[in-house]
Design a protein around this ligand. Structure first.
Ligand code: G1P
Length: 299
């Protein structure tokens, strides 16, 4: 089973400025926790035990968030604030390791993933989760489904690299890696082999409207391919290009997700995630719904 996941968090987050000027964009709050915490929780729920953060100099707040804060814990303990103490003590379960590796230069997503090579090695498969994207499985047809868990199980069964995809509007295909299924597009919750994929194609060059949403299951072999990948789209070393080369040797599949995504790499995505998750938050949801209807009546 895949137990390690790489989370690239080194980027500047320019689409979130000014919010992300002095804090990492991954630390912006959605309801009651930073967006990175949702992504780590998703990984942990899918069985991941080693989280490898690919960071840069301005991202220490992310490492601190997953570390012990002894002074704060002692203060909460002394004041008898046990519920708050629990909320900061168990951000990740005790058997989960959070490891960080610096990406010295911003050379692209492919380069960021390559930075995890010394930690993961060339013989072990691993997952990649892009923390800009929140995956929400609440509305999935299969109760309790976690798309990442489903995709990792598909990897386990087939040993083919897996890319999670969802249908996007045709006018947005140029924002994503777009896949070309070999035959029919897979049904939600299923995987199908790919005939190819292309990074951020123009609308009329896109082979489908199935977009890669930032969840991957990859064999360790991808590292040697990344090491040889020249800069591509945007003059960056693209993970998509290395996966395309992998596909010439082994089957690569698209796993069609059942849930929905929120693009927390930009402000409207944060707002949507806040609305969706706030409405069903266990302690804040009821009051938040009352607030929403008050604002709605005021229209
Ligand atoms: C990256 C990937 C792209 C994928 C996207 C999902 O692009 O390169 O294939 O569709 O994430 O968010 P980025 O958004 O980093 O430009």
């Amino acid at each position: 089973m895949i137990r390690k996941a790489v989370l690239p968090v080194a980027g500047f987050g320019t689409r979130c400025l000014p919010a992300s000027k002095a804090i990492p964009k991954e630390m912006i709050t959605v309801v009651d926790r930073p967006v990175i915490q949702y992504v780590v929780e998703e990984a942990v729920a899918a069985g991941i035990r080693d989280i490898v953060l690919i960071t840069s100099a301005s991202k220490s707040a992310i490492e601190n968030h997953f570390d012990t804060h002894a002074e704060l814990e002692a203060s909460l303990e002394a004041k008898g604030k046990h519920a708050l103490l629990e909320s900061i003590r168990h951000i990740v379960p005790a058997d989960v390791n959070v490891i960080s590796v610096r990406q010295g230069e911003p050379l692209g997503l492919g380069h960021a993933v390559l930075c995890a090579r010394p930690v993961i090695g060339d013989d072990e498969p691993f997952a990649v989760l892009l923390p800009d994207v929140l995956v929400d499985n609440a509305g999935s047809k299969t109760t309790g489904a976690n798309d990442l868990g489903g995709m990792l199980a598909a990897f386990e069964r087939t040993k083919a690299a897996q890319l999670m995809v969802e249908e996007v509007e045709w006018q947005h295909v140029e924002r994503y890696g777009i896949v070309a299924p070999e035959g029919d597009a897979p049904a939600p919750g299923h995987a199908a082999s790919l005939a190819g994929m292309v990074e951020k194609p123009a609308r009329d060059a896109a082979p489908s409207n199935l977009a890669v949403i930032g969840r991957y299951a990859l064999p360790g072999e991808i590292f040697s391919l990344l090491a040889e990948t020249p800069p591509g789209a945007g003059d960056e070393i693209q993970l998509t290009d290395a996966i395309e080369r992998l596909r010439t040797r082994h089957s690569v599949q698209a796993y069609r997700m059942q849930g929905v995504t929120y693009d927390c790499g930009q402000p409207l995505g944060y707002l949507e995630a806040t609305l969706a998750l706030g409405r069903r938050h266990p302690s804040l949801g009821e009051a938040f719904n009352a607030l929403l209807s008050r604002y709605h009546q005021g229209d």
